[in-house]
Design a protein around this ligand. Structure first.
Ligand SMILES: *Cc1c(COP(=O)(O)O)cnc(C)c1O
Length: 425
């Protein structure tokens, strides 16, 4: 099919308004919420329990524990593996701040790792070098950036799992982007000691706010189950259903208030039923973006080394070349003027003031993350994004690239406002 020039398409078509994210609650969400309201028990009870059972079955793990956020999940995970004050925990700099703040909750020390600029994930080499440089580190947190699993190892090829096992270092996975995702046909959730998922509103599956901790280790599961609800030796729900008197409980540690209410779990149950269908919709969108933008000079995309149907496709970042005569921020503003919402994942943690000042992180130590930070923006990708809207996003991007393809010596300052053609939206 011959494609028209981007400018013709844009002027011939009414402008669209495309948000960066949109939640799809078209399944049984309302029905299950009504059941919770009718039951009269709104906080943690049978719906949360059912979500745990279904989620564990879905990804094939022994234990799934529902909590009120992925941040809570990560905090519980670090606490359960025994991270203590002053311990070093390795974590990639290209992540959301919550992956790192939980290390500080325990008064432990974050050691930031750079990422591979081709994938935005840590590589086996990066983790190995960080472990060599920090022989006392007690744990590694891996982030599966955008939904592409980091190289954990898959039987045939040794990966981060084997590295950590060989050194007796605990491995926690921040899988906030990686449901449902697989590596070598095994679901993410089956690699490290503990894996944490997010059900925040704009994640691949949502409960509004929520998260899940999964593990195949019975002892870790017991600790997390206790600590997520005040350190009480048995959950409230069981107190009202088992034979011991309901008021009787004991506390074994100063735990947290991290349980997931049934109102949220109801939404999660409905979302889980459609998780694979929604993943496929995002995959179609991702494939369309890839095909449409692959030949676009001065733009690139992350390397996809996993099978397309093992990727959860939570994010779709594009990387703009420094040779384009437009900054990443101006590119975002221009897309926004045209009606396309985007976002940036992430401003690396070493650039955030608290971490920079507290731990003296320096930009030159993170060249991979710096390269990404300067050039990355994330496109809308969700099941409700229609093909015509995807095409519109592509057309807008091509239009901006065409506008910005101004060849001039880099050293010569240019007034971009003068150089740019008139607004076409
Ligand atoms: C969203 C996100 C989190 C936090 O999830 P919450 O459920 O909002 O606590 C943690 N890590 C990453 C990488 C995320 O994208």
């Amino acid at each position: 099919m011959m494609s028209a020039q981007p400018s013709e398409i844009l002027s011939a078509r009414p402008a669209m308004k495309i948000p960066f994210a949109k939640v799809d609650c078209s399944g049984n969400e309302q029905k299950y919420i009504a059941e919770v309201l009718q039951s009269g028990w709104l906080t943690t009870a049978s719906k949360a329990k059912e979500l745990e059972t279904r989620f564990a079955e879905h990804i094939g793990v022994t234990h799934a524990l529902a909590v009120n956020s992925c941040t809570s999940a990560l905090h519980l995970a670090l606490e359960a593996v025994g991270v203590r004050s002053g311990d070093k925990v390795l974590v990639p700099t290209m992540t959301f701040t919550s992956t790192v703040e939980v290390i500080r909750y325990l008064d432990a020390e974050p050691v930031l790792m750079d990422v591979d600029p081709r994938t935005s994930n840590v590589s086996v080499g990066i983790v190995a070098a960080a472990l060599d440089a920090n022989p006392g580190a007690v744990a590694v947190i891996v982030v599966h950036y955008g939904g592409q699993p980091a190289p954990m190892g898959n039987g045939a090829r040794a990966g981060i799992v084997e590295l950590c096992q060989a050194r007796g270092v605990r491995l926690i996975e921040d899988a906030a982007h990686a449901f449902p995702a697989k590596l070598g046909q095994r679901f993410v959730g089956n690699f490290g000691d503990i894996t944490c998922f997010s059900f925040y509103a704009n994640k691949t599956m949502t409960t509004g706010e929520g998260g899940m901790v999964v593990t195949n280790n019975d002892e870790l599961a017991d600790r997390i189950r206790t600590m997520r609800l005040h350190g009480i030796d048995r959950p409230v729900w069981e107190r009202f259903t088992d034979k011991r008197s309901s008021w009787e409980y004991d506390v074994i540690a100063p735990g947290f208030k991290y349980n997931m209410p049934d109102l949220n779990a109801a939404v999660g149950l409905a979302q889980l039923e459609r998780a694979e269908a929604m993943r496929q919709q995002r995959q179609h969108c991702a494939m369309f973006y890839r095909e449409s933008l692959i030949d676009c000079e001065l733009l690139s995309m992350l390397d996809c080394y996993c099978e397309a149907d093992e990727h959860s496709w939570h994010l779709f970042p594009i990387l703009i070349s420094p040779e384009l005569n437009i900054t990443r921020n101006a590119f975002i503003d221009r897309l926004s003027e045209m009606g396309v919402g985007t976002s940036v994942h992430y401003k690396p943690v070493h650039r955030l003031r608290y971490y920079r000042e507290e731990f003296n992180f320096r930009q030159q130590d993170y060249p991979g993350a710096e390269r990404l930070w300067e050039s990355t923006l994330s496109l809308p990708i969700y099941g409700l994004l229609m093909r015509a809207e995807q095409q519109f996003v592509v057309d807008c991007i091509k239009q901006i690239v065409a506008e910005s393809r101004v060849s001039a010596p880099v050293s010569m300052p240019l007034d971009l406002k003068i150089m740019q053609p008139a607004d076409c939206s």
